[in-house]
Design a binder for this molecule. Structure first.
Ligand SMILES: Cc1cc2nc3c(=O)[nH]c(=O)nc-3n(C[C@H](O)[C@H](O)[C@H](O)COP(=O)(O)OP(=O)(O)OC[C@H]3O[C@@H](n4cnc5c(N)ncnc54)[C@H](O)[C@@H]3O)c2cc1C
Length: 86
């Protein structure tokens, strides 16, 4: 398979055997019952947290992809050490 694409205004060509298309991910929060405890969700359905990962409801925190932002185990630019200190 030949893939033609443009990168920084340069036309490029790539030979490949497979094509993986990532069309995005949506949070699976609609059936968790979060509305029954009043946890605030964003328009996209992510749990809204502050810089300490606390939701708007005392005693409930959210970590990982469910809070939105960069969908990585460790957000880019953040070291493992600084992740634990948060
Ligand atoms: C193709 C791909 C490649 C990736 N590569 C990298 C990479 O190289 N480096 C990196 O840092 N990150 C990578 N990521 C991102 C990384 O996988 C995620 O950021 C990470 O898995 C998020 O962890 P999480 O625990 O928040 O969510 P998840 O790993 O999605 O775990 C959520 C869990 O909750 C369960 N669940 C969902 N709904 C319910 C429910 N109602 N009741 C009970 N359980 C439920 C799910 O089954 C799942 O087991 C990649 C992701 C993808 C899709």
């Amino acid at each position: 398979m030949k893939i033609l694409f443009t990168e920084q205004e340069l036309r490029r060509e790539l030979q490949a055997s497979h094509l993986f298309v990532a069309t995005g991910r949506t949070p699976n929060t609609d059936d968790l019952g979060l509305e029954t405890v009043g946890v605030q969700l964003s328009e996209r359905g992510n749990v809204v947290v502050n810089e300490r990962l606390a939701t708007n409801i005392e005693g409930i925190w959210a970590a990982g992809d469910i809070r939105g932002g960069p969908l990585f185990t460790i957000p880019p630019g953040m070291t493992i050490e600084s992740s634990f200190h948060r």
